[in-house]
Design a protein around this ligand. Structure first.
Ligand code: FE
Ligand code: FE
Ligand code: MG
Length: 171
């Protein structure tokens, strides 16, 4: 525990640790959602999308590492039991029961939008009060924005392909 690290944080550290633990639960949930979704999904562009979703999974895991490091620096206790994940996560886990690639992508997109909201909140809460956490939140936020864009782009391409097939059928 870094005592100086805690004393320079000009905010409610307990509340911040709670937010970071909620984010930690959400990152593990996002990790598994990408990891399992990439494996069960079926549909167009599968081989291309699968590798990107697996890359996103590893990036979510890296976010979890940043969060745990920061929680420890702040003198908090990171969640020690996976049973706590659903109690802390505000972004719901979306089970990929329908393996169609577009459905899996839309579920991941919801998760990314929730994550963007989460890091926006942490950044606002820590801005000018805890620079270290603020910098981390902005770094993760930028990754989540990139994830959202990647998925939106895939969905646009799938829809273009569907439109082209529809047009072909009409002529
Ligand atoms: Fe993440
Ligand atoms: Fe993400
Ligand atoms: Mg990406």
């Amino acid at each position: 525990m870094g005592k100086k690290s805690v004393s320079i944080a000009n905010l409610d550290v307990e509340k911040l640790v709670q937010m970071l633990n909620e984010a930690l639960a959400e990152e593990w949930s996002a990790y598994y959602q990408y990891w399992i979704g990439a494996r069960v999904m079926e549909g167009p562009m599968r081989s291309e999308i699968e590798s990107e979703l697996l890359l996103h999974a590893t990036e979510e895991l890296a976010h979890a590492e940043l969060l745990v490091d920061r929680i420890l620096q702040l003198g908090g206790t990171p969640l020690l039991n996976p049973a706590q994940w659903p109690k802390f996560a505000k972004c719901p886990y979306e089970e990929p029961t329908d393996p169609y690639i577009e459905t899996v992508l839309v579920q991941n997109l919801e998760g990314e939008r929730c994550a963007i909201q989460r890091y926006e909140e942490i950044a606002s809460f820590t801005n000018s009060k805890d620079h270290a956490t603020y910098q981390m939140a902005v770094q993760i936020l930028n990754d989540e924005i990139e994830h959202e864009q990647d998925i939106e782009d895939f969905l646009i391409d799938i829809n273009r392909m569907k439109d082209d097939i529809r047009k072909l059928r009409m002529c």
